[in-house]
Design a protein around this ligand. Structure first.
Ligand SMILES: *Cc1c(COP(=O)(O)O)cnc(C)c1O
Length: 408
């Protein structure tokens, strides 16, 4: 028996509500085993947990949300990640899921029923639109899509059975901004739950709950990991919604985050603030440089003064984020030539990585959208999206310079 076990002193933990995000990101949520007092969060690869008696097992099952029974619904590593993310977003509780899409599905399944109506931004992740229209549509849930930047359109779309407002801001890939505060007022009046997908900004740059959202959704796959390794998702909100509705759904349906992935996210969160600041700074420098290039027609980046919603973005977000896009003169041919000429930028679908990624939305992420709808959404054939990483920005500029020359 270790000497520690005989000591009854319990060191008080800090009051995280008084501490800054940078501190919360490295410290909040950590729990140590009594026997080992490990410094770094332990990875609990176990499907279930033991009880000392049948009576204790009975108690455990009666209060499943409090103890550890079975990793489909409770696991210490997953709990540590959930608690840290809840603290970062300023929410009461968090439940983690196997992917970002599982987080969105879980929110919908926990909150909606047949006959309900959803208002969703038109500019959300492609799979999110598929989920609302194709899958939830099968179960009698209808969805109206609106322009995320047009508060009146949200108001006009409200029906007596509207139960959910859903958006992500900035939008992908055109970086349109939704006024979270203004839309939250409309949602409240309509008695609808207001969910914001905070994937692009993360709590390091934007805290939707403090602006009036009810629920924050994450694809942890992106910046929370930040290094392109594992898939995961999360839902943050009030105790009533998360423990009353989301937890029972996840416990029963099983879209659970694995302990291993939760452990990776815990490590990712520790550097979240530094990464978001540096990647935003790199993106701003790159966007400013791109604006000066003769072959570039237009640059979309919230941190640029030329962005039509620059003031709103800077009120709502700490920085512009790491995603930018731009339109090349010369359409698809020029875009492909630019992408093919780069040597550093990865040609891949993921974003939120320390490595810069480059994509041609019209033929990849938005290729399932009809050409007319693509045009209406502003996804032209000359549009290129860059998710800026942690490389030296001058190296990135040199990498793009060669490609821009050959695209002109
Ligand atoms: C990637 C992404 C998702 C889906 O997340 P997965 O982890 O891939 O399931 C949802 N929303 C946004 C904004 C995303 O970028």
């Amino acid at each position: 028996m270790s000497i520690r076990m005989n000591r009854k002193v319990k060191r008080p933990s800090p009051d995280f509500s008084t501490l800054a995000s940078e501190t919360i990101a490295v410290r909040a949520g950590t729990r140590r085993t009594q026997e080992f007092q490990e410094h770094s969060e332990a990875l609990f690869l176990t499907s279930s947990f033991c009880f000392d008696s049948a009576e204790l097992a009975q108690d455990g099952f009666a209060h499943a949300e409090q103890g550890f029974i079975y990793s489909r619904f409770t696991n210490p590593t997953v709990s540590m990640f959930q608690d840290r993310l809840a603290a970062l977003e300023g929410g009461e509780f968090c439940i983690a899921t196997a992917s970002g899409m599982a987080a969105i599905l879980t929110t919908a399944m926990a909150h909606l029923q047949a006959g309900d109506h959803v208002i969703c931004s038109r500019s959300v992740f492609g799979a999110t639109i598929q989920l609302f229209s194709t899958i939830l549509g099968k179960f009698g849930v209808s969805t109206t899509y609106v322009d995320l930047a047009d508060a009146k359109a949200w108001q006009n779309a409200v029906l007596p059975n509207t139960r959910l407002f859903y958006l992500e801001t900035p939008s992908n890939p055109l970086t349109d901004i939704a006024d979270i505060k203004a839309i939250s007022k409309i949602a409240k009046k309509a008695n609808a739950l207001f969910a914001v997908d905070n994937c692009f900004c993360t709590p390091a740059l934007q805290k939707p709950l403090s602006l009036g959202a009810d629920v924050v959704i994450h694809s942890a796959t992106k910046y929370l990991d930040g290094q392109g390794r594992v898939l995961g998702g999360a839902i943050v909100g009030s105790k009533e919604f998360i423990m009353g509705k989301v937890f029972p759904y996840v416990r029963t349906a099983g879209p659970t985050l694995s302990a291993f992935n939760a452990w990776v996210f815990l490590k990712g969160l520790e550097t979240l603030d530094l990464r978001m600041k540096q990647q935003s700074a790199n993106a701003l420098a790159l966007a400013q440089w791109l604006e000066k290039q003769p072959n570039v027609e237009r640059v979309y980046y919230p941190g640029l003064k030329s962005h039509p919603q620059h003031n709103l973005a800077m009120r709502q977000q700490k920085l512009g984020g790491a995603i930018l896009s731009f339109v090349l003169k010369g359409a698809k041919q020029a875009s492909f030539r630019l992408i093919n000429q780069t040597r550093l930028c990865s040609i891949t679908a993921n974003l939120g990585d320390t490595r810069t990624t480059i994509t041609h939305p019209a033929t990849t992420t938005h290729s399932r959208v009809s050409p007319e709808a693509r045009k209406a959404a502003g996804i032209s054939d000359g549009l290129v999206r860059i998710a800026v990483g942690l490389e030296n920005v001058n190296d990135l500029i040199r990498d793009l310079k060669a490609g821009l020359k050959s695209s002109g």
